[in-house]
Design a protein around this ligand. Structure first.
Ligand SMILES: Cc1cc2nc3c(=O)[nH]c(=O)nc-3n(C[C@H](O)[C@H](O)[C@H](O)COP(=O)(O)O)c2cc1C
Length: 354
């Protein structure tokens, strides 16, 4: 980047114990390119290295399944559940760090949104997603309602993966708390459980808060990001029952449990709103933690504008960066950006445009 351009984007930023070299982040993008047993491959190391080599400040990995029942969400999804997975991730982490980048692991339990080929998903209630599955386009058959007695093991699964992430050398972790996956399924107004984990907001918050606490304890001083969204995979215009006050309380509770940064996924920075107020504005007003945000950002000018307006601290791009891993250099040189095409993230990196 030229010194006179995108000045704020170029500014380093501290998130907890990590100092990012700039404020451009790759948002999590599921590829489904791991080995069948969930071990990250050498190709994945090359894929993630390319973003760091091109100057991206923070790489957030694709959603990675944690130990626990029915946690694996996608076919050929990477996991972090034991030594083999850890060895694979070491290669990825080493590759990104060798290029001066930082890398956070995204921890996921898919909850109800599990590819039907892998078996039934689990959730706060037996609610079955009303869309076809994301990866294979199949109808979701059933969701098994989780018994209260199973919840400690779910929390422990997140903690175990987080501890492994720390041992592997990740710079931080991101908890996938958005879009209707397990933690969002508990947090959302769809959670009508009648035990201590459903119904009222404090009850709906219980599992996410327990997970954050356990992850925080497992990673020590490493930064913890929490990815949240209003929209669900099967409900684009979802609204929290308690409106902006509910969002504010949610952030307060999660921050209190140990979150350093909130990663807000939107369908366009201006397109998501709680009632009449833009979601990002509600978030900004509700927390003093770092706000990473993205959705629909395609150019560095747009990213810089969001930073200049004070709406975000870090800007994340998913499709825009997958299509243009070299967006910093391209923009510097005044070259046109490539459009994202569906499936581009699955092009093996040796064959992908550099
Ligand atoms: C192919 C694809 C895979 C994605 N996988 C994930 C994922 O694993 N975890 C996640 O939190 N978001 C995932 N997302 C959502 C993106 O991180 C991002 O929030 C969304 O694409 C909007 O940002 P964009 O307009 O910059 O693409 C995925 C998006 C795409 C297009």
């Amino acid at each position: 980047m030229r010194a006179d351009q995108h000045r704020r984007l170029r500014d380093p930023i501290e998130i907890g114990s990590a100092t990012l070299r700039n404020r451009l982040a790759l948002a999590a993008v599921t590829r489904g390119m791991a080995a069948e047993d969930g071990t990250p491959t050498a190709e994945m190391a090359a894929y993630y290295r390319r973003f760091a080599r091109n100057g991206v400040g923070l790489v957030i990995t694709e959603a990675t399944y944690v130990p626990g029942p029915a946690s694996r969400t996608y076919l050929a999804q990477p996991g972090l559940t034991g030594p083999a997975h850890a060895e694979g991730w070491k290669r990825v982490v080493g590759a990104v760090k060798a290029e001066g980048g930082h890398i956070f692991l995204q921890l996921q339990h898919g909850g109800p949104f599990r590819e039907p080929e892998l078996g039934p998903g689990i959730g706060a209630t037996g609610r079955v997603p009303s869309v076809s599955s994301w990866q294979r386009g199949q109808p979701y058959g059933e969701t098994r309602r989780i018994d209260g007695a199973e919840l400690p093991a779910l929390v422990e699964g997140f903690a175990e993966a987080a501890g492994l992430a720390r041992a592997v050398g990740f710079d931080g972790v991101e908890i996938h708390g958005s879009r209707g996956y397990l933690l969002d399924d508990f947090l959302s107004g769809y959670n009508t459980r009648e035990d201590a984990y459903g119904g009222s907001l404090e009850n709906r918050l219980r599992l996410p808060v327990e997970v954050v606490r356990a992850v925080r304890a497992a990673v020590g001083s490493l930064p913890v990001s929490y990815n949240l969204s209003l929209y669900k995979m099967d409900s684009v215009d979802y609204q929290p029952p308690g409106g902006a006050a509910e969002v504010a309380r949610t952030l307060e509770a999660l921050a209190g449990a140990g979150v350093d940064a909130f990663h807000v996924s939107t369908r366009g920075l201006d397109r998501c709103a709680v009632g009449e107020t833009r979601f990002l504005d509600v978030i900004r007003a509700a927390t003093d933690r770092t706000v990473i945000g993205g959705g629909g950002v395609k150019t560095l000018d747009e990213a810089e504008a969001a930073l200049a307006q004070g709406r975000l601290d870090v800007v994340s791009l998913a499709r825009g960066l997958v299509a243009n891993p070299d967006i910093l250099d391209r923009t510097d040189k005044g070259l046109a950006l490539e459009p994202y095409r569906r499936g581009l993230e699955r092009v093996a990196v040796e064959d992908a445009p550099q």
